[in-house]
Design a protein around this ligand. Sequence first.
Ligand SMILES: *Cc1c(COP(=O)(O)O)cnc(C)c1O
Length: 405
Amino acid sequence: MENSEFIKVVEEFGSPLYIYEADKIKFQFKRLSNAFKNVENLRINYAVKALSNISILKLMKELGSGIDTVSIQEVKLGIKAGFDSNKIIFTPNGVNISEIEEVSKLGVQINIDNLSILESFGNKYPKIPVCIRINPHVMAGGNSNISVGHIDSKFGISIHQIPHLMRIVKNTNMRINGVHMHTGSDILDIDVFLHASQILFDTAKNFKNLEFIDFGSGFKVPYKNGDIETNIDELGEKLSLKFNSFCKDYGKNLILAFEPGKFLVSEAGSFIAKVNVVKQTTSTVFAQIESGFNHLIRPMLYGSYHEIYNLSNPDGRERFYSVVGYICETDTFGSNRKISEINEGDYLLFKNAGAYCQSMASNYNSRYRPGEVLWAKNKAHLIRKEEEFEDILRNQIEISNDSIF
Ligand SMILES: *Cc1c(COP(=O)(O)O)cnc(C)c1O
């Protein structure tokens, strides 16, 4: 989208606002499919938690994607968006077995990540095939909060527990139809990923009824100019070779599955907010915007970088700013950023706002969550309204003073 188009959209629908470009999502989906063109059965399951608007889910469905879900609510959203239950995989962590049973009854593929649930589920439903989430104990990610494959991680069944796992499978006579790993976000080193994949292949050999192997996600996307990103073509080429050779030895053409969130939607999203105040202190110039970590929490939560761009004055003289929010706690989007001169009332655009931005937004400070727009075929489509005062009060119950005093 051009600057002028962003400004037009934000003037029409109000700010702050999330805007997603459909073409960029399509582009990433095709890029990933293309990287694995040598695999006969590729399945991409979009990770709903990254951005869960129903119109985005519908777009994914049109592209031929399945979905990866982590809660029964996400499963229901997917069904509402039109996904067949056999295009949905449920990969929860630490949820109650009753939720797993409920999802399973909807016909959705279950992925189990601990031995206790595996045993209970296997005893109760030996005929329902399940996938198992393995923890290969490989550190693929850069950030400790989003890297989930290491030894002390709460995710997955440790490879050191495979003998125990095999006993459960034998005793319950259950069928394992898939093996899965998700080593966390920000895979930089393809060799590390391939190493983890080898561990998954070695595990897979233990099971005779496999239909798919799921390699999870965690592809790193670029956050600024010149940033490194996962070389998806190289990964595709190398992993496809290994996968095809595994299938040959295994004697069956399995499905190769991925479940990317960020890779598909991060770069497609922009978050736009207006500058309320420009404040000069002794050492810093602050640009304070009409937003905060209630709308974009990633920088505060795990230090992620979002490039910030002055939409209203793109050619102005560059100066250093700390861009902060209006929340009554430290609320920094970026420190010491070189941005073209900011005036009060300017619109700032935050890049990479497609994944984990709106989906992590809250009503903290009793603020409204912003609207969302999908830009498709050169037109803006409102896909979520900004909240209003009623939404803040929804579900709150006012009791009379008599009940308290
Ligand atoms: C969050 C998650 C994903 C998506 O991760 P991205 O880094 O957004 O690609 C995939 N699989 C599982 C199990 C997840 O929890």
